[in-house]
Ligand binder design. Structure first.
Ligand SMILES: Cc1ncc(COP(=O)(O)O)c(C=O)c1O
Length: 469
């Protein structure tokens, strides 16, 4: 059956949808953005016009005109008796057409492949024949790779045995495995707000109710709010990125690490520390890993941001008993991590200082270039300069970044609007700009954004912030 988007759900997802232009056009544009960045699934059914007009408190004519525009533009199919179904023009090419077709793609915070990567693949190919006697279904990881990963934690001061590591097909896969193992229907998951969008997708797919742990450039992690949420709602897990958080680039301070892990330990909430971004230090220096504060912290790691997204090697570090449960659940998702990529990963783990130094150089250049470009071309935006990570998380003050993303798209730049990083339409005025691009690409991107932001103008928030109590 076609899934229905209820009027209530759509109202939440639409968030601040009104602009200074005609209401029907603003509504159609916003639905189109939600569809394009994957927040509304192609094939899902929109609510009846009457229901949506009541929920949004607009006339039915407005909703009818918005639906008609979406239909004319090829984003909505109306079939008698089945209502109005969302569709991506050009057929089912996947849920993220933003990825394709545009000259500049700023939708992902990734960096180019490590220059030594091709050589690592060639060396791995030489070693592959030694592994071909094995059946190839490797559900825990090659012993040499698990040893190398454990050694990496030991070097960071965390006692780790190789059997506390399970190698996965990237950190995203590790997160799915952990969610499947730790979460049961009806429970809650505490998630940073903003956060990494595919974590939200993973939790939503599990049907989880999410609780927000606010993170902001001004005040960092709201640890007191998180402690309260943990005490009151006892979430089964809490997902956080303590080091160079995506999208803000911030790091949780030592005191916050200690307080959060103590609160979680008291209530039995498992803290999942996603360290995919932990390698991305530009000028911060080391901080103790979250797992050093409690044995109940489970850590996700990945070589995706350090070496290459296409490598697809990640891991889970956690208590043996938990890994045994994950292992029992794993065949429902996959039958093991590819051997060849693990051999490449072994080579890379032996070369970590060179990898991190190379990444750091690139990120520093990208960050400084982007900060300078923004100061020159869009000085009114409030830019917090992070000491690591791969992106700037910018408070535009008054720009609807959903409208901005649409306008930028028309000029050949794909970029993700702020609400994709939050729940229920939050962060409409925020924009993530990844900086691991060449100076030329960053310059083109910022020029497009500067022009687009002039075009879409600013619309003050309908509700002044001080009125929110
Ligand atoms: C915070 C975070 N976790 C996980 C992932 C996915 O990692 P992988 O490519 O290893 O699956 C990303 C990638 O963007 C990320 O930013």
């Amino acid at each position: 059956m076609t899934p229905l988007v209820t009027a209530r759900r759509l109202t939440l997802d639409l968030g601040e949808w009104r602009t200074s232009g005609p209401a029907y056009r603003a509504l159609a544009d916003r639905v189109r953005i939600l569809l394009m960045d994957g927040r509304l699934a192609s094939g899902s059914r929109l609510p009846a016009e009457r229901e949506l007009s009541l929920a949004l408190q607009v006339s039915r004519t407005t909703v009818a005109a918005a639906y008609a525009k979406l239909r004319d533009d090829g984003y909505l199919l109306s079939i008698r008796g089945s209502g109005s179904t969302l569709a991506l023009p050009g057929g089912a090419r996947g849920s993220q057409p933003l990825e394709t077709g545009l000259p500049l793609d700023f939708t992902k915070a990734t960096a180019p492949a490590y220059p030594g990567l091709a050589a690592a693949y060639l060396q791995a190919a030489e070693e592959l024949p030694r592994y071909l006697g094995h059946d190839g279904f490797d559900m825990t990881g090659l012993p040499e790779l698990r040893e190398a990963i454990a050694g990496h934690y030991e070097a960071r001061g965390l006692r780790t045995a190789p059997d506390q590591i399970m190698v996965t097909i990237g950190a995203q896969h590790g997160l799915s495995l952990l969610t499947q193992t730790l979460y049961s229907a009806g429970e809650r998951i505490l998630v940073e707000q903003p956060t990494y969008p595919h974590a939200l997708d993973t939790f939503a797919a599990a049907g989880a109710r999410m609780l927000a742990l606010p993170v902001s450039a001004e005040s960092g992690w709201d640890v007191a709010a998180a402690q309260l949420q943990i005490r009151r709602s006892v979430p089964s897990m809490a997902y956080l990125m303590p080091d160079f958080h995506n999208p803000t680039g911030l790091s949780l301070d030592v005191d916050g690490r200690a307080r959060l892990s103590a609160a979680a330990q008291r209530e039995g909430t498992v803290l999942v520390a996603d360290e995919t971004t932990a390698w991305l230090d530009i000028d911060r220096g080391t901080l103790p890993p979250l797992a050093s504060f409690s044995s109940q912290v489970v850590t996700l790691g990945s070589l995706g941001k350090l070496a290459w997204g296409g490598l697809r090697i990640g891991w889970i570090r956690g208590p043996r008993e938990l890994l045994a449960r994950v292992l029992r659940n794993r065949p429902a998702l996959d039958l093991g991590t590819p051997i060849f990529e693990q051999l490449v990963a072994i080579k890379l783990m032996a070369d970590l200082p060179a990898l991190t130094a190379s990444r750091r150089r690139g990120l520093r250049e990208g960050r400084d270039t982007l900060v300078e470009l923004l100061a020159t071309h869009i000085p009114q935006w409030d830019v917090h300069v992070p000491d690591g990570g791969m992106s700037l998380w910018i408070n535009t003050g008054s720009v609807s970044t959903s409208a901005l993303a649409l306008a930028a798209r028309a000029e050949g730049l794909a970029i993700v609007p702020g609400p994709r990083f939050g729940m229920d339409g939050a962060f409409e005025r925020f924009l993530r700009i990844p900086f691991a691009y060449s100076a030329e690409q960053l310059s083109q991107g910022v020029q497009i954004l500067a022009e687009a932001s002039t075009k879409v103008g600013s619309s003050p928030l309908r509700m002044p912030l001080q009125a929110v109590i």
